[in-house]
Design a protein around this ligand. Structure first.
Ligand SMILES: Cc1cc2nc3c(=O)[nH]c(=O)nc-3n(C[C@H](O)[C@H](O)[C@H](O)COP(=O)(O)O)c2cc1C
Length: 411
């Protein structure tokens, strides 16, 4: 299928059994399956009887390109998929998992194709991941909670749920796949590495309701955090006011203003040692000198003059707080030549005593703020530049991490 490996090869050669049970969240299962395939996995789907009430097996056959197991027959499908032999699956993922199926698995009951496959997987030593989805009132059942604890005690990994709108909602496909890549992924070259990443815009207040900010969505820093997490790093994300949700599995420090980001980075770096700091945030460079304490009434102010002063320069302080960390900066320019982009970025790298700088021209189409893609130059202290041609920000993140990995290995 043409979607296979379109986002990466991290799960190449991995066979994942996707167990689907009778939750409305089964509408997310095609997306989960296809995202796994986009990262290289082969997906085989198994249905519980109740899953048929929510989606049709044809949908999953279409989504995965594989026939769906809807009943156990003389072919002993549960053993073929999860028995202890060379063709066995690499992971059993139950997504969505109903309250019923979770409790049955915890009790060792197997009476559906899904529960039988999971039972078999326990004996064959195949990792099991469960993604619950149900109403909050079902999720809060004390026996279900005991059963979840019991399963975690025997090594089952739970992803989510998100408790929202009186529901225990299924984790997002990205969150599920990111957790799987972290567990099964072929690249774990950042294990035991601690990485601090800044991301998103910051805001500066003109008055309590009016702000000055940048067009950054935070996606570049978020994808860097996700990629680092998937490759095994311990990630702290100091996140400004981006429009996107930060990834799961990383420590999030939420901030608002540039001063708050400055203080948060200082406190993290003073408290703990980080192997790498990546400053990807697009902070506001100026802040109103005298922010108004109350909202400026529009009736009284036909025009408004605001005097700005510079915000504190976070990137110039990082090496003072932690001399040995490997410092990677980001620098955005607008409508300049490649030579000028590289020259300006290199000067910025020197000023901050950084080790690497990633530069982009946000004036070019599909590059930089608010876009899903980026085109970048990665420049070192010798002014040697590596060009990363326009690609998805997640892919660009992996390329940047490949460069960082090689550089820190040589230190
Ligand atoms: C439309 C519909 C939606 C349902 N959604 C959920 C759900 O999100 N979570 C849940 O635990 N049960 C849900 N149920 C109840 C389960 O389908 C029911 O407990 C069933 O016995 C589960 O069987 P299974 O675990 O073998 O799939 C739903 C039932 C229906 C009819």
């Amino acid at each position: 299928m043409d979607i296979v490996e379109s986002l990466g090869t991290e799960l190449r050669g991995k066979k994942i059994v996707l167990g689907i049970t009778g939750s409305v969240a089964a509408v997310q299962s095609p997306e989960i399956a296809r995202l796994l395939m986009r990262h290289g996995a082969e997906v085989v789907v198994v249905f519980s009887e109740a899953a048929h009430l929510i989606i049709h097996p044809y949908l999953m056959e279409w989504a995965t390109g594989n026939p769906v197991v809807t009943e156990l027959t003389g072919k002993i499908e549960h053993i073929a998929l999860a028995g202890d032999h060379s063709e066995k699956a690499d992971l059993i993922l139950v997504a969505p998992a109903t309250a019923n199926t979770i409790s049955k698995i915890a009790m060792g009951i197997d009476d559906t194709p899904v529960t039988s496959t999971v039972t078999t997987a326990f004996g064959a030593g195949i990792p099991i991941m469960i993604v619950p989805a149900m109403h909050a009132s079902m999720y809060k059942h004390p026996i279900l909670q005991e059963n979840i604890e019991k399963l975690e005690g025997v090594g089952v990994v739970f992803v989510g749920p998100r408790l929202e709108e009186d529901k225990a909602k299924i984790a997002t496909p990205t969150e599920v796949v990111s957790t799987i890549i972290k567990k099964l992924g072929t690249k774990h070259d950042f294990t035991h590495k601690r990485i601090l990443i800044t991301a998103g815009p910051t805001v500066e207040y003109i008055d309590p309701v009016r702000i000055v900010t940048s067009k950054s969505s935070g996606r570049m820093g978020i994808e860097l955090a996700r990629a680092s997490y998937e490759r095994g790093a311990d990630v702290t994300l100091v996140y400004g006011c981006g429009s996107l949700s930060p990834p799961e599995g990383v420590k999030i420090v939420q901030v608002d203003t540039t001063q708050e980001m400055y203080d948060a980075v200082a406190s993290e770096l003073k408290a703990e040692s980080f192997d790498v700091v990546i400053a990807a945030a697009a902070v506001a460079d100026w802040t109103p000198k005298k922010p108004r304490k109350i909202k400026v009434p529009t009736e009284k102010a036909a025009t408004l003059s605001v005097t700005f002063q510079p915000t504190p320069k976070i990137v110039d302080a990082i090496k003072k707080w932690q001399k040995t960390t490997y410092l990677v900066l980001f620098k955005a320019e607008h409508s300049v030549s490649n030579e000028e982009l590289i020259a300006r970025a290199h000067r910025r790298l020197k000023k901050a005593k950084a080790d690497l700088i990633v530069a982009n021209d946000v004036g070019r189409p599909g590059v930089g703020f608010g876009t899903e893609t980026n085109e970048l130059f990665v420049i070192d202290t010798e002014k040697k530049a590596v060009h990363i041609s326009k690609t998805l920000k997640l892919k660009a993140s992996h390329k940047i991490l490949d460069i960082i990995r090689k550089r820190i290995a040589k230190r």
